[in-house]
Design a binder for this molecule. Structure first.
Ligand code: C5P
Length: 218
């Protein structure tokens, strides 16, 4: 809606996993459906934002009405994010692989060669890179934190470590059904403290978060 509260605002959203090649047919990745990032991009667009949606290979289709930039690796995601700036707000919902294979093979590795050992190199932290920019930092930088225990403590530490404004923390312990599911139970960590939201659909989390982002940018 062109007349929503985010009209005239540019919001960047990262979503989905990244795939880090081992060879042309194999990769390593984190588990991520892209559902929460996709819902969030849709909710932001509904409030009138111009949304750039930088997505790894997700299992849900991207929303309508946003600019979709498809990437595969963490390094491609960082480059796409930097190319999309400036933005008024940036939300990092992607499950970025922390490591890539140091020297991916350009040809298919043969199993007849027997056991292999892979060497990993650290990937750039896209959220921290953007949050720590001295020039052209989005006014609001939001990260996600998937935790299995001590959710608030870990997420609060993460907020400080990454230099972002908000962390949306969620409990992804096995048994919650959150990972890959349709519901989410989040805690919003801001400079004001921790706010527990009741368990609700990922679409509703997205709408509430989009409204908070609109209020913060108003
Ligand atoms: O450190 P951790 O991976 O738990 O942090 C999660 C947050 O950082 C998420 O917002 C994720 O999108 C972002 N992130 C990133 N680049 C990385 C790793 C995480 O943007 N390489």
């Amino acid at each position: 809606l062109a007349d929503g509260p985010l009209r005239g605002r540019h919001v960047l959203v990262t979503s989905g996993p990244t795939h880090e090649p081992i060879d042309p047919v194999r990769y390593i990745a984190n588990r991520s459906s892209g559902a929460q990032g996709t819902a969030l991009a849709r909710a932001l667009a509904t409030l009138g934002a111009r949304v750039t949606f930088v997505t790894g290979p997700a299992s849900v289709p991207p929303p309508e009405g946003v600019t979709v930039v498809r990437v595969e690796t963490a390094r491609e995601m960082l480059a796409a994010v930097e190319a999309a700036l400036p933005a008024d707000a940036a939300v990092f919902a992607a499950a970025v692989a922390d490591w890539r294979v140091a020297s991916a093979s350009t040809h298919k590795m043969k199993k007849e060669a027997g056991a292999v050992a892979l060497e990993f190199a650290e990937n750039p932290d896209i959220l921290a890179t953007v949050a720590r920019r001295t020039e052209g930092r989005p006014r609001l930088v939001v990260g996600f934190a998937a935790e299995t225990n001590d959710v608030v403590a870990h997420a609060t530490a993460k907020r400080a470590r990454k230099g972002c404004d908000w962390i949306v923390a969620n409990d992804v312990s096995p048994g919650t059904g959150i990972m890959g599911g349709t519901e989410n139970a989040v805690t919003l960590i801001t400079s004001g403290g921790a706010e527990d939201w009741p368990r609700m659909g990922k679409d509703m989390v997205a709408r509430k978060l989009a409204e908070r982002i609109a209020a913060a940018l108003a």
